[in-house]
Design a protein around this ligand. Structure first.
Ligand SMILES: Cc1cc2nc3c(=O)[nH]c(=O)nc-3n(C[C@H](O)[C@H](O)[C@H](O)COP(=O)(O)O)c2cc1C
Length: 278
């Protein structure tokens, strides 16, 4: 490098402390300050995201408990959610056999994590993946409401793909294992006013008393296209369609059929129906 080139190169190089001594209109100072600001901000955002994650998880768990209490018919505003939730019998079910799995803490069982863990899940494809979820956990929680020792409601967590998103819901069934008592979709990202109406309490109230399967356990539930004709032979298995949202409606049909069918809670519900719960 010649003397002239070295002199030019040295003129362009400024130490970090020297950068701040540069005049405010020097583009090198502007760029340096912008980079520094970005670094500091990204550090703050990352630290907040990591630091607040446990709190976020606690809030999500509390919100899910509230949703479960709602479909159990036990929720009251201002109630002690943990105390009320403790009144439910939370069990883990091995979906293949339909039997309860003992010795596992249901409260710390993470369904979403298990669904993608190759050891804790089964892969679904083609005809088996009607809910379009690709895999499902081998074990799923169920929440049982008992009154004087008698089973009153069975609450099943369910999920499946709509048009834009995976819709997470809770299906509360009567002790016959097929009559809907209540339902909710508490986490979904369908279009507000169209598919998002899946979370509308008015629409969901139309599910009460409908049956998700026939008496042999065959899934029969369907979200109709348009209104259900009460005189139609299958009206007892159908709820009104969501207008302008046939694709989300079909997603709901498919996810209910999947979860009450043989690859979902079917074997468990069969045990309930035949009085072999335990
Ligand atoms: C911006 C936009 C958002 C939409 N969101 C939904 C949706 O969330 N769920 C859905 O089923 N259809 C949605 N649709 C409509 C679908 O593309 C499709 O037309 C509709 O499901 C057909 O239902 P219909 O036969 O009841 O009209 C949306 C359409 C547009 C243009």
């Amino acid at each position: 490098m010649s003397e002239v080139q070295r002199a030019r190169s040295d003129a362009g190089r400024v130490s970090l402390s020297g950068l701040f001594g540069l005049p405010n209109d020097d583009p090198r100072k502007t760029v340096a300050i912008a980079v520094l600001l970005c670094l500091v901000c990204s550090l703050i955002v990352s630290a907040a995201a990591v630091g607040l994650r446990p709190q976020q998880q606690r809030n999500e768990a509390q919100a899910l408990k509230r949703e479960i209490l709602k479909v159990a018919g036990l929720f009251d505003e201002g109630m002690d959610v943990d105390a009320a939730f403790a009144g439910l019998d939370a069990r883990l079910v091995d979906l293949a056999s339909g039997e309860y799995v003992d010795g596992v803490d249901v409260a710390s069982y993470d369904v979403r994590k298990a669904s993608t863990d190759p050891d804790a899940s089964v892969t679904l494809d083609g005809d088996t993946d009607v809910a379009r979820i690709r895999s499902r956990a081998k074990r799923m929680p169920v929440y049982l409401l008992r009154g004087h020792g008698e089973l009153e409601r069975i609450i099943l967590p369910v999920h499946g793909y709509g048009l834009w998103s995976t819709m997470y819901g809770l299906l509360a069934l009567a002790p016959d294992g097929r009559t809907v008592v209540d339902v909710s979709f508490y986490d979904q990202r369908e279009t507000a006013g169209l598919g998002g109406e899946v979370a509308n309490p008015h629409w969901l109230s139309g599910w009460s008393g409908k049956q998700v399967a026939d008496d042999s356990g065959e899934p029969r539930f369907r979200v109709a296209k348009g209104s259900v004709d009460p005189a139609a032979p299958n009206a007892g298995y159908q709820v009104d369609g969501l207008s302008g949202a046939t694709l989300t409606s079909n997603g709901v049909t498919n996810l209910v059929r999947f979860w009450v069918g043989p690859n979902g809670y079917g074997p468990y519900l069969e045990r309930i129906r035949t009085g072999r719960e335990n």
